[in-house]
Design a protein around this ligand. Structure first.
Ligand code: ADP
Ligand code: ZN
Ligand code: ZN
Length: 851
């Protein structure tokens, strides 16, 4: 009877899939990859049918409510296999892994629109026991649904609205009505909906002041950090950089949904309280929807030609191959991707290009669209859920064979995929840091292997994991050794802060100030880089010495923002008016310490009068503002751009002749095994921003530890030197790439419960560790064991958003034993306990951050 039941991946945090019975009147079970509506508790959820069966399902199974797909299953067999691998490798709930491959709307049964059919109208008109001609009479809830649908007219009613009817109508009732032919349920389609307007929101002038308004604001906002943050976001869109914000601060709901998925819900009480105004306004165009002028392939350099010969041959052989395309910034990697993809397209096949953050690098997308026009789908974070679904349909139908996007684009359903490119493969944004903690580069490799196609990993500063594999010959190592244009790499000068003291407000040393002055006087532009946002990073009490802390987090995470006189916590999003008095002793003598980008921006204008300064960080530039700031700087409307690491991404600024790093060793103090590598990458990337135009560039790096290898090698543009220096250190400790890590995190509001749970997990693992060690003895008695456990210990940041955090680090010489251990751990993960004592345990496989 196994054929009459199906295993369904349901998007809930369960460590397994659920098994459902197939209704008796269905001819056959729904095929793997189809979306089905299934009951779970009192809810009806959208799940995906898996290709496997649960070997021991409970005896009494609930029935599948409805099959939601039309002709083809939503997920292809290939993506199903990939999702199963993700759930297994990342020790993640199978339903959450499946959800990664579904566009948001398709996983949400409420996103459908219901229409009444003729049959439905008749059934309602003749409803009544006498006239029902043998058919079962309509129940009262069914009648209410049909009445509501008839009233809604030809545009139909969103299911979300129907499920708000009172008394409630269950989702399964809608499926039943559909099965009886009384109504239709369609997934909303962006193209079909003639919506020319969208809801926009704008911060009003009410309660927009300092501490005096704080109490009244809190009454409206309650304790919701998200609500406070969305209000702040809207304020940010009103006081744009130069005081003439575009659209007068109206922000469309689609833009808000990115950072705030529950935006409407959050905004409702704010609109009622008149803190936020709402208006229907004409829909704005997708900024990536207008096509740039077409361009032609460049004649490849010798290195490019040789890389292309290898890569096109890989495409032709129809085997899985992976290559590291290693070349300094400006060495022509993008041109190689473009010509490789042209080759793939000539064979009628498709391509996926993963980039760190598409919104930050519009020119890259432009170059692809200039070459391939409408064949390119750009999946960026500014798309509305409908636009995203629309793009997904176009991709799956083969209408957009080239997909460019950030991390999640690795799941794009491109038919007959021919190659996957991962640009800037070392970038931290490829790792998802919540939910399923996958690394898109590694998923790309696994997907490509399953499809027998090549992968190209491009970088100027490859992750050491990637480099180590290239050196072992497991990735091909293709190098672009010089720039195709006769532009030398910029010269990097180190400025020791121990010798040249920086101005406390601007952080500029005399040398840096002179360099900025000179660059600007010669008609160039400068970028100043500081990896700290805000005005100052500390507000200290002069009397008792205490730091004004975030009430909900343990680290000194609050920064002061002058423009809005706010303190903000970068860990949990807590925002409040800056205190007038010390919270510990009440003293009014609060002083600023630690300089952020906002302060540098203001101090610069004082240090060099007449200078036109722009700032780019998460506070100054969000959403569209970000693109505007970048465009204005590129157009020469400012002399200096001050910014955080957002600036280091692949922006191309032809006018920039000077790049200044204000504190190059800022990240070296972090308790993170990759601190050195990150610093090296960041400095190298930032330095690459200088001299991309006609004039040779200059780079000044201010730092305290000018002799640190990360800084010295970066200043010499010496990747290999850095790698040779750093790898032995990793080897000595068994850290990646010499070993493999998995971080078990435990958190909850009750410190005692968290610590207890962490200890229990460790106790459960210990005998299994002994088992693993016995099975993998080492020849060398001095060598460390195959698997080690460090902890349990409080995490370096012990508390975030009132939750206490513990961790347990597993470090292994070999992947196999580690994966076995994680498999043993799986059933113990997830939520445990309830109320205040509730704790959560998750695993982060191949963690990128240990904080
Ligand atoms: P990367 O992706 O490695 O940073 P790009 O592909 O962006 O490098 O190339 C840097 C610059 O050099 C671009 O302006 C590009 O148009 C130009 N370029 C690339 N390849 C060639 C070539 N073969 N001949 C001339 N110019 C080239
Ligand atoms: Zn004090
Ligand atoms: Zn906080």
């Amino acid at each position: 009877m196994s054929a009459r039941r199906v295993s369904v991946a349901v998007p809930v945090a369960l460590d397994r899939a659920l098994t459902y019975a197939v209704p008796d009147d269905w001819e056959q079970p729904p095929a793997a990859g189809r979306r089905v509506l299934v009951p779970l508790g009192s809810r009806a959820l959208v799940g995906v049918v898996r290709s496997e069966h649960d070997p021991s399902p409970p005896e009494r199974l609930k029935e599948v409510l409805a099959d939601l797909d039309d002709d083809q299953p939503t997920l292809t067999a290939e993506l199903l296999t990939l999702c199963e691998w993700l759930a297994d490798y990342y020790v993640a709930p199978v339903g959450e892994a499946y959800r990664l491959a579904l566009p948001g709307l398709l996983g949400n049964a409420d996103a459908r629109t219901a229409h009444v059919t003729e049959e439905g109208r008749r059934a309602l008109a003749f409803a009544g026991p006498l006239l029902s001609r043998g058919a079962a009479p309509l129940t009262a809830p069914a009648r209410r649904v049909l009445e509501a649908l008839i009233e809604a007219g030809p545009s139909g009613l969103p299911v979300a609205r129907l499920s708000r009817l009172r008394p409630r109508v269950p989702l399964r009732l809608l499926s039943e009505l559909q099965d009886q032919g009384l109504c239709t349920l369609a997934w909303a389609d962006a193209e079909a909906s003639p919506m020319r307007t969208e809801s926009c929101f704008r911060r009003t002038d009410l309660l927009w002041g300092g501490a005096a308004d704080e109490e009244r604001l809190k009454q409206h906002i309650g304790r919701s950090k998200q609500r406070r943050a969305i209000l702040d976001y809207l304020e940010g869109q009103r006081d744009a950089v130069d005081g003439t914000p575009d659209d007068d601060g109206w922000v469309p709901i689609g833009e808000l949904r990115g950072p705030f998925p529950r935006a409407r819900e959050l905004l409702a009480p704010l609109v009622v309280a008149a803190l936020v105004a709402q208006q229907e306004r004409p829909r704005r165009l997708d900024p990536f929807a207008t096509a740039p002028a077409p361009d032609r392939p460049q004649v490849p350099t010798e290195d490019q030609a040789s890389a292309l010969r290898t890569l096109t041959a890989d495409v032709d052989t129809g085997e899985f191959r992976s290559a590291l395309l290693h070349g300094i910034t400006g060495s022509g990697k993008t041109e190689v991707y473009l010509q490789l993809i042209a080759h793939v397209r000539a064979k009628g096949r498709g391509a996926i290009v993963l980039v760190p953050e598409i919104a930050l690098t519009p020119q890259l997308a432009d170059r692809f669209r200039a070459r391939f026009g409408d064949e390119v789908a750009v999946l960026h974070s500014g798309l509305t859920p409908h636009q995203r679904l629309d793009a997904w349909h176009q991709i799956r139908a083969g209408g957009r064979p080239i997909v460019i996007g950030a991390r999640s684009a690795v799941f794009a359903p491109v038919p007959d995929l021919g190659v996957i490119v991962v640009d800037e493969e070392h970038d931290g944004s490829f790792k998802q840091e919540d939910g399923v903690r996958y690394h898109a580069r590694d998923v790309a490799l696994v997907r490509a292997k399953g499809l027998s196609i090549p992968v190209v990993l491009g970088s100027a500063t490859p992750a050491l994991e990637t480099f180590a594999l290239a050196r072992q010959g497991r990735h091909r190592w293709l190098q672009l050794r010089s720039r195709p244009t006769p532009r030398p790499l910029p010269q990097v000068e180190l400025v020791p802060l121990t010798v040249h003291r920086p101005d406390p407000a601007s952080l500029l040393t005399g040398r840096m100030r002179d360099a900025v002055d000179e660059a600007v006087r010669r008609g160039g532009q400068a970028i100043l880089f500081l990896n700290r946002r805000g005005f100052t990073t500390d507000l200290l009490c002069e009397d008792c010495g205490s730091r004004q802390q975030c009430p909900d987090c343990s680290a000194p995470s609050m920064t002061y923002h002058l423009s809005r006189h706010r303190m903000m916590c970068h860990l949990c999003g807590h925002i409040e008016a800056a205190p007038q008095q010390c919270r510990s002793c009440g003293s009014a003598k609060l002083v600023h310490g630690g300089v952020g980008t906002e302060r540098v921006e203001l101090a610069l204008a004082k240090a060099l009068p007449g200078l036109r300064v722009l700032r780019l960080d998460r506070d100054a530039a969000r959403g569209r503002q970000l693109l505007q700031t970048l465009a204005r700087f590129r157009a020469g409307q400012a002399d200096v751009l001050v910014g955080t690491q957002m600036l280091s991404k692949g922006h191309d600024f032809p006018g920039v002749t000077l790049v200044g790093v204000l504190q190059g060793d800022h990240g070296l103090g972090l308790p993170d095994l990759r601190a050195s590598e990150r610093t090296f990458q960041l400095l190298t990337q930032v330095a690459g921003r200088a001299g991309r135009g006609a004039v040779a560039g200059r780079v000044l790096v201010q730092a305290w530890q000018v002799e640190h290898p990360a800084i010295v090698f970066a200043s010499e543009h010496d990747y290999l030197g850095f790698a040779e220096d750093e790898l032995p250190r990793r080897e000595a400790l068994g850290n990646p790439p010499a070993g493999h890590l998995a971080l078990v995190r435990i958190h909850g509001t009750d410190a005692g419960a968290v610590e207890q749970r962490a200890k229990r997990l460790a106790a459960g693992l210990r005998p299994r560790m002994a088992q693993v060690r016995a099975a993998h003895p080492s020849d060398d008695p001095a060598a460390p064991p195959v698997v080690m456990m460090l902890g349990p210990l409080p995490s370096p940041i012990e508390r975030i958003n009132r939750r206490v955090r513990y961790q347990l680090l597993l470090r292994a010489r070999q992947r196999g034993p580690l994966r076995w251990l994680l498999g043993e751990l799986r059933p113990w993960l997830g939520v445990e306990g309830s109320g205040e004592g509730e704790t959560m345990a998750i695993v982060d496989v191949d963690p990128q951050t240990m904080l």
